[in-house]
Write a protein that binds this ligand. Structure first.
Ligand code: PHE
Length: 350
């Protein structure tokens, strides 16, 4: 009886070993027939159980059936394992090359104007200016009236623009697309007491003849600093520091007298033309200089209107064209390129 028990144990060990070594489905099927088929030793043993003495039958029978069940389970497990391994043919034809580089997603980038506006704002922020924004659709009052440009003042001609139809907008006062960011000078001073130090980036509109340096939609960055004892030297010092930071020390800067009704005295500031190196070209209108901003000391009338005492407070203001600055910085010779939607142009500004 012991011999039979031992034979069953050996048979099980050999069977499991054989199953484990099967390398494909065909070998496994051959093993199954050998181990469990009609002519298999195990099958023979099970058939001979009736010939055993009755007292031995239950124990040996139980063992033999357990061996059979274990062998069946191992065959099933091995079959599942073999099926999950791709065959040689599959490996040869359906290969994934894990060394291939991935597909690069197309990355967007900031528009060159957005980049320069952020850079300019950062420079002024470092000098203590707060960055704020304002409405693009503006009341006549803020765009002109409060800036010392009364109705019928000839200076309005300098800023011809797009007017809002009061009937369709259901407003009772004249409204327009702002021609500059200067209205924010008034809005801010109305709301706060000095000291004031702000810059205002934003879009402006004018009824312009479009050319290499003018568009009817454009950006401006307004600057305003009001406090006790602010002088024209502060204005010049601030703007020089700004230009040096942005362009380095070699750029030539020119101030000239200019007229803006809301400043006294008023100036414009130009930088030497990068394109012709000052010789004169289409971009700088043969002058050798590119105007990038208008500026001046805030007019006493403007201070009075917002309730600041002009005897105590003074301030400077400037309005800067970031597109002109970008043209100078990157050597772009036509302002229309910015909104021309040409990717070959835009991709040059990473
Ligand atoms: N707002 C003026 C313009 O658009 C520029 C300016 C701003 C001039 C502030 C003086 C002071 O031309």
């Amino acid at each position: 009886m012991e011999a039979l028990r031992q034979e069953l144990e050996d048979l099980k060990a050999a069977a499991l070993n054989q199953i484990e070594r099967c390398a494909d489905a065909t070998q496994l099927e051959q093993a199954r027939v050998q181990l469990l088929g009609r002519k298999a030793r195990l099958t023979g043993l099970l058939r001979q159980l009736v010939t055993l003495p009755p007292q031995d039958r239950p124990a040996i029978g139980l063992l033999a059936n357990q061996v059979k069940q274990t062998v069946e389970e191992h065959i099933a497990a091995r079959r599942a394992a073999l099926e999950s391994i791709p065959s040689d043919e599959v490996l040869a034809t359906d290969r994934i090359d894990v060394t291939l580089p991935g597909r690069r997603p197309t990355m967007g980038r900031l528009h060159p104007l957005t980049q320069i506006i952020r850079e300019i704002c950062e420079i002024f922020a470092e000098m203590g200016f707060a960055v704020i924004e304002g409405p693009e659709v503006e009341w006549d009052y803020y765009n002109f009236e409060a800036l010392n440009i009364p109705e019928d003042h000839p200076a309005r001609e300098m800023w011809d623009t797009f007017w809002i139809d009061p009937a369709s907008a259901k407003v009772d006062r004249p409204m327009l697309l702002r021609t500059h960011t200067s209205p924010m000078q008034i809005r801010i001073m109305e709301q706060t007491k000095p000291p004031v130090r702000i810059i205002v980036p934003g879009k402006c509109y004018r009824y312009e003849a479009v050319d290499a340096s003018h568009e009817s939609q454009f950006h401006q960055i307004e600057g305003l600093a009001v406090d006790e004892a602010v002088t024209f030297a502060d204005l010049k010092g601030t703007l020089y520091a700004f230009v040096r930071r942005l362009f380095g020390n070699d750029r030539k800067i020119r101030f000239r007298c200019d007229y803006f009704p809301f400043v006294e005295p008023g100036v414009d500031m130009s930088i030497d033309c990068f394109r012709c190196k000052g010789a004169g070209c289409r971009l700088c209108k043969a002058s050798g200089w590119l105007e990038i901003l208008g500026a001046g000391m805030v007019h006493p009338n403007v201070l009075t209107r917002v309730g600041y005492d002009p005897a105590r407070y003074s301030g400077f203001a400037f309005g800067l064209g970031p597109a002109r600055v970008a043209m100078l910085k990157y050597g772009i010779d036509d302002i229309r390129l910015f909104h021309g939607n040409d990717l070959r142009f835009l991709r040059q500004f990473p």
